[in-house]
Design a protein around this ligand. Structure first.
Ligand SMILES: O=C(O)CCC(=O)C(=O)O
Length: 286
């Protein structure tokens, strides 16, 4: 019989800590292939929306609505999002386009063959089994650039807020594509924090979304946060209730990462989650 991908000790540490760090999961070649493809996608992207977004005269409400529609429309497509600090006051880019993108999402894994190949395979399927996911369903993918100098902060949150299932089942697969350090904005986690309650639910109602507070448990203090400084090629898997954040990138180096959000098909997927699929575009596993 084939040995499980994770040893019993590793499985236990995932259950205790709420996350696991697996170095050398992806090869340099795999990473370079993904990076090149991301570059091609950004170069070929239609940025008309962003011209609208930053056109002078657009009211804050118009801007917010345009962004909201663009965001919701990206659920099952491939769309690019700018870094918040990419533009000057005139709405012009401060740096070249390819150094201005915050992320690409959210269905790369199903719509692009290169991303599909990176996101699937026996190794990932075996790993998911070891993490307790019996019927993996990949709902979302994001290529996160965390650009040098302008890569923005991601505040504390829990991924189960966005992917509710009953019982809770979402696990995040976070692939480091560059060495991640405290300077370039590595992930920070609260070890064991997956045992804390879910603080909020990201709700979609028609064309509106909001984060509804469901529990007042405060976010961890920095003293209880652990930086995950990892090498390119490392895979970090974490539980949907694990509080995590990433600080701004204040360095000269980008911190690219690729993430998959995966639930168990045996759990009931909420119809309120912002990403939904139907028979024309079914959710698939590894
Ligand atoms: O890579 C980051 O900076 C944050 C990513 C993240 O929190 C996630 O994908 O859940």
């Amino acid at each position: 019989m084939k040995a499980p991908f994770l040893s019993p000790l590793q499985q236990k540490s995932f259950q205790q800590d709420g996350y696991i760090v697996i170095p050398n999961f992806k090869s340099r070649k795999d990473i370079n292939t993904l990076k090149s493809r991301a570059h091609e996608i950004v170069s070929a992207h239609d940025f008309e929306y962003n011209n609208v977004f930053f056109a002078s005269g657009a009211s804050a409400t118009d801007t917010q609505n345009t962004f909201q529609n663009y965001f919701l429309d990206s659920a099952n497509k491939i769309k690019c999002f700018f870094e918040q600090h990419a533009f000057n006051e005139q709405g012009e880019l401060n740096q070249p386009l390819e150094l201005s993108i915050n992320k690409v999402g959210h269905a790369l894994h199903d719509l692009d063959p290169v991303f599909d190949a990176f996101s699937r395979g026996g190794k990932l399927a075996d790993l998911a089994t070891c993490l307790g996911v019996k019927h993996p369903k990949i709902w979302q993918s994001m290529y996160i650039f965390k650009q040098a100098n302008i890569g923005g902060q991601v505040d504390w949150y829990q991924d189960a807020s966005f992917f509710q299932t009953s019982p809770s089942s979402v696990i995040t697969f976070w692939f480091a594509l560059d060495d991640a350090t405290q300077e370039n904005g590595c992930l920070w986690v609260e070890r064991g924090g997956h045992n804390s309650p879910l603080r909020g639910i990201f709700m979609r109602q028609d064309e509106n979304t909001h984060m509804q507070e469901i529990d007042k448990t405060p976010w961890p203090s920095l003293e209880n946060a652990e930086p995950l400084e990892v090498k390119a090629g490392t895979l970090v898997c974490f539980h949907g209730h694990l509080p995590h954040f990433s600080a701004p990138n204040t360095s000269q180096n980008p911190r690219h990462a690729y993430t998959l959000h995966v639930t168990d098909g045996l759990a009931l997927y909420s119809h309120k989650n912002w990403i939904q699929r139907d028979d024309n575009f079914p959710v698939r596993g590894f």
